[in-house]
Design a protein around this ligand. Structure first.
Ligand SMILES: Cc1cc2nc3c(=O)[nH]c(=O)nc-3n(C[C@H](O)[C@H](O)[C@H](O)COP(=O)(O)O)c2cc1C
Length: 173
């Protein structure tokens, strides 16, 4: 798939088939995530991967009180931030966001789908990820991605908006 086509057709999918996600697919997603740009090339990320049904079910309850996405998804990846690896302090969330978007686009390319589930800044979800996936205190759970073959189809949306563009100078004219 062309990069621009992938960007323009990716959607957040929250319904999954029970078809397994293979180790080879997971490797591609992790390779894509870790090839992301990061401030000072710090790469302050870690990834917790699970395909364990009991853990995925526990995540559903721990992260969102029974969120059905995790009851269906055959895999999930938690991106974590290790602030001790930041080359420039405070840039870690931006670095992890770059990895996250690469992961989402790679999933789309492979015919898988996912949705960014916010974790950092949401204390009950942070606690849930720590409990279910054993994330230690010095590592920050950043965002969680259920993964699977899509069980729903969402049309591409075209969101280009001229009003958001300011050429040369910011102006309301
Ligand atoms: C930082 C961020 C946090 C998000 N958190 C959640 C979330 O907690 N739960 C969820 O269902 N979707 C979440 N989303 C997905 C958005 O709802 C989704 O990207 C948005 O509605 C646009 O739809 P699209 O991804 O299909 O283009 C999040 C997306 C981003 C970028």
């Amino acid at each position: 798939m062309e990069t621009i086509k992938a960007i323009m057709t990716r959607r957040s999918i929250r319904v999954f088939k029970d078809t397994p996600v293979t180790e080879a697919q997971i490797k591609v997603l992790l390779e894509a995530a870790m090839n992301a740009p990061s401030a000072g090339d710090g790469r302050p990320w870690h990834f917790v991967v699970t395909t364990d049904r009991a853990q995925l079910d526990a995540l559903a309850d721990a992260v969102d009180e029974g969120n059905p996405m995790f009851k269906q998804a055959p895999a999930a990846i938690l991106i974590c931030l290790d602030e001790s690896l930041e080359k420039f302090k405070g840039f870690g969330p931006q670095d992890c966001s770059c990895a996250a978007q690469n992961l989402q686009l790679a999933a789309h390319e492979l015919g898988l789908s996912t949705v960014w589930v916010a974790v950092i800044g949401v204390p009950p979800r942070v606690a849930g990820c720590r409990k279910v996936l054993g994330v230690p205190e010095h590592i920050k759970p950043f965002a969680l991605f259920p993964l699977g073959v899509p069980g729903e189809h969402l049309e591409a949306e075209y969101r280009y908006d001229e009003k958001k563009i300011h050429r040369g100078m910011w102006s309301n004219l």
